[in-house]
Ligand binder design. Structure first.
Ligand SMILES: Cc1ncc(C[n+]2csc(CCOP(=O)(O)OP(=O)(O)O)c2C)c(N)n1
Ligand SMILES: [Mg+2]
Length: 391
């Protein structure tokens, strides 16, 4: 999907001719699409940057399709876990706009470092959604070639990937792959809870002083499992960036247009050699932390309902309908496409082959090792000892 440059493009064709800047003393929230589906033509960030997008009708419809597909595939994975077909699933429900907006803002040469919840970004990278399902079904070790898709492996150790991303981005800079419009930028995803980790704060320091071409993309979904945001910070998270010496901005993470505009701008600054920045995508985890969690034990229904009114897909649908960019026929078509893709995904998951137990030794070192060979041989003998027995 080729899209206009949000920072410099001309105004959206049917956009309402107005600009918005928060003046209430509340933290500024960059927003280009209200929860009711009204377009705001441009929004000004805390450092004066003006954000806007200029999509064609087809591109607007494409973003809607991405949001719906990503939600449907995620729901299918949750259902598979509930039926005992996956060991665990971390749903992205509610965070589709933050992920699709930032994921579509990446250029092909950019590198992404995800957590365990970035199924929407993975989808936008053009990766087959079955890839992480092998990991959560326990039939592979979750490995893929990060360079093939410019998408690093899922990381469950909270915050660790921000350091990996920083090191990688420092390398990009040292190799001279920044400073031009086709330079490479890097994005590191993490959550609100991760901001309390030492790793993340160390990543901020290193990225800052080495001017790494890195966008720190924090999805503030208000919870770290059961811990609410107020247990992580006394200041809005995006303001942390100032103390480390780089810009920070808070975007409406349920607004796919603003998420796109803010991320595209930050990535382009990074690729041009202007160093790191922090984006706080203000959103909400509508579901459980993972399928092992029961959020009714620590949050009240009215809070969830309040966020339901800010749903990322509903506002996009309202906008497309009102502007006559799409109609019911289109929405039905997309629902049908999403359903078919989910069925296809399910069939393939159920047919994933079980691995041979000894295969766990295969990818530890690229060229093996004598010690590992000995361990493999010992394990093989152990497995053979069961042959012919009932167990
Ligand atoms: C280093 C480390 N400590 C603790 C955990 C256990 N853990 C898994 S998810 C999680 C909460 C993370 O919250 P947040 O960063 O807000 O991300 P979210 O799950 O909300 O997307 C914790 C503490 C872990 N995986 N790694
Ligand atoms: Mg969180």
């Amino acid at each position: 999907m080729a899209k206009g440059d949000p920072a410099v493009s001309s105004r959206g064709r049917r956009a309402a001719p107005r600009s918005r800047r928060a003046t209430t003393g509340e933290p500024e929230l960059v927003q280009l699409l209200t929860p009711a589906g009204d377009r705001i033509e441009s929004a000004t960030g805390p450092d004066g940057t003006e954000y806007r997008v200029d999509f064609t009708d087809e591109e607007y419809r494409g973003l809607y399709r991405d949001l719906v597909l990503v939600r449907k595939l995620d729901a299918e994975a949750t259902a598979l876990q509930r039926q005992g077909e996956l060991g665990l699933w971390a749903s992205l429900l509610g965070q589709e706009a933050a992920q699709v907006g930032s994921g579509r803002a990446l250029r092909s040469q950019d590198m992404a470092f995800p957590t365990y919840r970035e199924h929407g970004v993975l989808y936008c990278r053009g990766i087959d959604p079955i890839m992480p399902l092998g990991l959560f079904r326990g039939v592979d070790q979750g490995g893929w070639d990060p360079n093939e898709f410019k998408f690093n492996m899922y990381t469950i150790v909270i915050g660790a990937q921000t350091l990996h991303a920083t090191g990688y981005a420092m390398g990009v800079h040292m190799d001279g792959r920044t400073g031009t419009e086709d330079g490479e930028a890097v994005i590191a995803y993490f959550g609100d809870g991760a901001t309390s980790q030492g790793d993340v704060n160390e990543a901020f320091v290193w990225a800052s002083v080495f001017n790494a071409p890195l966008v720190f993309f924090c999805q503030n979904n208000q919870y770290a499992i059961s811990e609410p945001l107020e247990r992580q910070t006394r200041v809005p998270l995006y303001r942390r960036a100032g103390g480390f010496g780089f810009p920070g901005v808070r975007v409406d993470g349920n607004d796919v247009l603003a998420s796109y505009a803010v991320t595209r701008h930050a990535l382009d600054n990074a690729r041009l050699g202007q160093g790191p920045s922090l984006i706080e995508a203000y959103t909400y985890r509508m579901g459980a932390h993972t399928t092992s969690d029961d959020p009714t034990r620590y949050r009240i229904a009215s809070e969830v309902e309040a966020w339901q009114a800010k749903d990322p897909i509903a506002r996009m649908k309202a906008f497309l309908t009102r502007q006559q960019i799409a109609d019911e026929t289109y929405f039905t078509e997309i629902d049908e496409q999403a359903r078919a893709e989910a069925v296809h995904l399910r069939e393939r998951v159920l047919n994933l082959p079980d691995p041979q137990p000894v295969s766990m030794f295969d990818h530890v070192y690229p060229h093996g090792s004598p010690e590992l060979d000995a361990q493999r041989a010992q394990f093989s003998r152990y497995l053979e000892s069961f042959e012919g027995s009932a167990h």
